[in-house]
Design a protein around this ligand. Structure first.
Ligand code: ATP
Ligand code: MG
Length: 475
């Protein structure tokens, strides 16, 4: 047990003494609690959002703080929750009155009544999130840690202050938060918690999709996202969120032929890509790149296991999955679809890298061609070091070739070198099928390498194609 150490250095920012003064004015006790304290002790860098508990009205304290701050910032009040928020100098302050909570079966929104600091610490999700620092002038910076959260921080353990069965059943979002914190902080969830999560997994049904997705984003953005997905899998939460991934698990063997386990493979790919990029949506693409493999899996006596058109099927599944999870069906979703759809294209190129195939790849991938290469490189999970090196080298060749071809042919943001208007003027024709045919022929000729991506060559090619269509130039 630690004898309540004091952490004044956590409260060096002038905002804390100001809040202390405001509490004093109202003769109210207040504490910094939760993420800020945890992250300070973990030396995770100073958080930009700070939670304050007032033993009394959080809203009143927020107003008093605003009054003392230069510029008197606006206080946003959330009456139903009894909380208030204000922003000052890039810091977001959340105020809440200390409370006691009681839950009912069908909702994660509890009935609340005023309580003590202890009551408030009791309602917190994890011991490491219940740590509070005093803002009273005589005990400024003193740690209040009724559940030994400090020890859990040192031992890297996720544990609930109260009975885990009750904690997770009351608010099932905490199951995802436990897994998210374990992943982000590289902590272990203690056994009683893990068992309670497993037992209550189906309670996740009462959590809104938006909240679930928030946590999944955070898991995906961790250094090693596989940790989180392995925990979702182990606790039985995964089928409620990503049945598509569950369907990838397992290895089948027929006539001595086996395919790899595409679930565990996918998790490796996600970890690989996490080392290469912080782009959340590229990480989503890695997570979903093989989901089309479950519905397309076939066994063929001649060629063995096949997943014909899994990329196409997978990209369609991305839409359904985003829709089911109430994620925005916007350009981010289209990006993920595109990455999934194209995820095998560079692999084909790796063995036979022709200029025209590279031009087509750049044309189809457009501005996302580098992201696509990053995904393909992350997809190499072979445990054979020779093969690993070989595949990596092949992709390096493709990357070099992409650069060389792009520098010469400028396919990346392809604009037709001859416009539709010019075709119409040249042959004195109205908008018609022929214009599309000619434009398409020019594009094809450029991608094939029949002509360079230049105006003069394209114009000449237009005249030739026009003649084939019995069109006569008028100028
Ligand atoms: P981060 O901001 O890095 O996600 P955090 O711990 O600050 O971590 P918040 O969601 O900002 O997390 O919540 C602030 C605090 O509120 C937490 O530290 C915890 O004490 C409490 N809390 C948040 N969500 C819950 C919950 N579902 N059940 C119980 N306590 C919670
Ligand atoms: Mg926070």
């Amino acid at each position: 047990m630690h004898p309540n150490p004091t952490y004044r250095t956590a409260l060096e920012h002038p905002i804390f003494s100001l809040i202390s003064r405001a509490s004093g004015n109202l003769q109210m006790d207040s504490y910094v609690i939760g993420g800020y304290v945890r992250d300070f002790l973990l030396k995770r860098g100073e958080a930009k959002d700070i939670d304050i508990v007032a033993v009394g009205s959080g809203i009143a304290l927020a107003k008093e703080v605003a009054k003392l701050l230069p510029g008197n910032p606006k206080v946003s009040i959330f009456k139903t929750y009894g909380t208030a928020m204000l922003k000052s100098q890039g810091i977001e302050l959340e105020f809440v009155g200390a409370r006691k909570e009681s839950y009912t079966e069908d909702s994660r929104n509890p009935a609340v009544e005023n309580g003590t600091l202890e009551d408030d610490q009791n309602r917190r999700d994890f011991t490491i999130n219940a740590l509070a620092l005093s803002l009273q002038s005589d005990t400024f910076g003193k740690l209040l840690d009724p559940f030994n959260g400090l020890e859990d921080l040192e031992k890297k353990i996720i544990r609930t202050p109260l009975d885990p069965e009750v904690t997770y059943s009351d608010d099932p979002l905490r199951m995802l938060r436990a897994i998210r914190f374990a992943t982000q902080l590289d902590f272990v969830i203690e056994k009683a918690s893990l068992d309670a999560i497993t037992k209550n997994a189906d309670r996740i049904k009462i959590i809104s999709k938006e909240r679930i997705v928030d946590e999944i984003h955070k898991i995906l953005l961790a250094d090693q996202p596989s940790k989180g997905f392995a925990l979702l899998h182990k606790t039985g939460l995964l089928p409620y969120i990503f049945p598509e991934l569950v369907a990838l698990e397992g290895i089948e063997e027929k006539e001595g032929q086996r395919h790899k386990d595409n679930f565990w493979h996918t998790l490796e790919v996600v970890d690989n890509i996490a080392k290469a990029t912080d782009n959340l949506w590229l990480r989503w693409a890695a997570l979903l790149h093989d989901i089309g493999k479950a519905p397309t899996k076939r066994f063929d006596k001649q060629i063995g296991w096949t997943f014909h058109a899994h990329e196409f099927v997978g990209s369609k599944m991305v839409y359904k999955l985003f829709k089911r999870l109430k994620m925005p069906l916007n350009d981010k979703m289209k990006f993920v679809q595109k990455m999934v759809l194209m995820s095998s294209r560079p692999i084909v190129l790796a063995t036979d890298v022709t200029d025209s195939a590279v031009r087509r790849l750049i044309f189809d991938a457009g501005e996302h061609v580098e992201d696509l290469m990053t995904l393909c490189e992350a997809d190499i999970t072979t445990k054979n070091p020779k093969k690993f090196k070989k595949y990596q080298n092949n992709f390096k060749l493709v990357r070099d070739k992409i650069e060389e071809v792009e520098e010469r042919d400028h396919i990346r943001n392809f604009q037709p070198p001859v416009s539709g208007e010019e075709i119409m003027e040249t042959f004195a024709i109205k908008p018609s099928r022929e214009i599309g045919i000619i434009k398409d022929a020019i594009k094809e000729a450029i991608l094939e390498g029949t002509i360079p991506n230049e105006y003069d060559a394209a114009k000449e090619y237009m005249l030739k194609k026009g003649a084939e269509l019995n069109l006569t130039p008028v100028k």
